[in-house]
Design a protein around this ligand. Structure first.
Ligand code: NAD
Ligand code: UD1
Length: 340
């Protein structure tokens, strides 16, 4: 029998790509999203790619009754939980809003899962839980925290809450996926990342310079102890990341307990290397200026991918040129986002 997966935050950036891969892997998908940071038009795009229009609930995870309705009306086998706020800077100025949405909302979801005996969960965590790592590549057994902002802390707390839940309720099977830096878009150019306002993250910012919405890229620091002095990150294609979720769901179905797995490529690229790769992909010069370091940034962050290979049988396959080409295709085909 086909298994049904509830995807919270399923019209968002990573959620929409994961829904496409779930449908293509033969799962039924139910999406729950309050459309705070995404558009209903994404559903049609998913249908265009897969031939299937997913069932959709415009529901907030803070609404316990609404959640209960979704669980009552569907026979769910598992949940992939993407819904949450993710802007680091905003989390510093609005900590209560972030804790309310990312913690209280998640507690509602876990409580509802328990009541309806839906025990399989994949949670969107982040490499940010490692804080400033002692060394790279980062392994899953490295010390966690301290985090430098409420967004990161909300991920760390969710992980701890889920570890406690797993201890108390051994029926649960939970996979914590710690994403590195997701970029790129579906090869069709139909779905991708639509930043809200001025982008905080590197790739969306570069893409907006390329289409002429921004004048130049500010490179945050060139005096790090990295090969060219700019920050190094592990950029991963969002489709690879989505495929990692399919493996994580299969892993969850075959076991009980809780486990944490990095999703990255294991390769680090500097800001200037990314700028160059994007220039190649879009055929335009990206103007840039070196400015001061961004507070809270670390020099280098990339994953040890051994565990993902061993326990999930997954590794990333797309290279940095493909990531930039796919980002550019989405950006140039959808200069004003996904609104139709
Ligand atoms: P996104 O903002 O595109 O998607 C999140 C979705 O959740 C949005 O569609 C939004 O409308 C929805 N949402 C937010 N609050 C909600 C609520 N209370 N109820 C229902 N829906 C709600 O973000 P994304 O980049 O796709 O990230 C997905 C998840 O992955 C988030 O939890 C994020 O913290 C985590 N993550 C993202 C990155 C990244 O770089 N994008 C890195 C690490 C972890
Ligand atoms: C950011 C988040 C982190 C989250 C991660 C995953 C911050 C402080 N951290 O990390 O919590 O888990 O995304 O998506 O936002 N850069 C520039 N100019 C820019 C933007 C970025 O030089 O305009 C540099 C940064 O200094 C960094 C690199 O590009 O070296 C990547 O930055 P970004 O895309 O914001 O990701 P992270 O800082 O890794």
């Amino acid at each position: 029998m086909k298994k049904t997966i509830l995807v919270t935050g399923g019209t968002g950036y990573i959620g929409s790509h994961t829904c496409v891969e779930l449908i293509q892997a033969g799962y039924d998908v139910v999406i729950l999203d309050n459309l705070y940071n995404s558009s209903k038009a994404v559903l049609k795009r998913i249908e265009t790619i897969t031939g299937v229009l997913p069932k959709f609930y415009e529901t907030d995870i803070l609404d316990a009754e609404g959640l209960d309705q979704v669980f009552s009306e569907n026979h769910l086998d598992a949940v992939i939980h993407f819904a949450g706020y993710k802007a680091v800077g905003e989390s510093v100025s609005k900590p209560l809003t972030y804790y309310q949405n990312n913690i209280a909302g998640s507690l509602n979801l876990y409580e509802t899962m328990k009541r309806h005996q839906v025990y399989n969960l994949v949670f969107s965590s982040s490499a940010t839980v490692y804080g400033d790592p002692a060394s790279v590549p980062i392994r899953e057994d490295f010390l966690l925290g301290p985090t430098t902002n409420p967004y990161g802390t909300s991920k760390l707390y969710n992980e701890q809450i889920l570890r406690d839940l797993s201890k108390a309720e051994p029926e649960f099977s939970i996979v914590l996926l710690r994403y590195f830096n997701p970029i790129g878009a579906h090869h069709s150019g139909l779905i991708g990342e639509v930043p809200n306002g001025i982008p905080n993250n590197l790739l969306p910012y570069i893409a907006q310079v390329a289409i002429g919405k921004r004048d130049y890229l500010s490179v945050f620091g060139s005096d790090y102890s990295t090969p060219d002095g700019t920050g190094v990150r592990d950029y991963i294609h969002v489709v690879d990341l989505a495929l990692g979720h399919i493996k994580a769901i299969e892993y969850a179905f075959g076991r009980k307990g809780i486990d944490a797995v990095n999703l990255g490529t294991g390769h680090g690229y500097s800001v200037l290397q990314i700028k160059d790769a994007f220039q190649k992909a879009c055929g335009k010069k990206i103007a840039f200026k070196i400015v001061d370091r961004r507070p809270g940034d670390i020099a280098e962050c990339y994953a040890d991918t051994t565990k993902a290979k061993e326990v999930l049988g997954w590794s990333a396959k797309y290279d940095i040129d493909t990531m930039c080409q796919d980002s550019w295709r989405f950006q140039s085909q959808n200069p004003d986002g996904i609104n139709d």
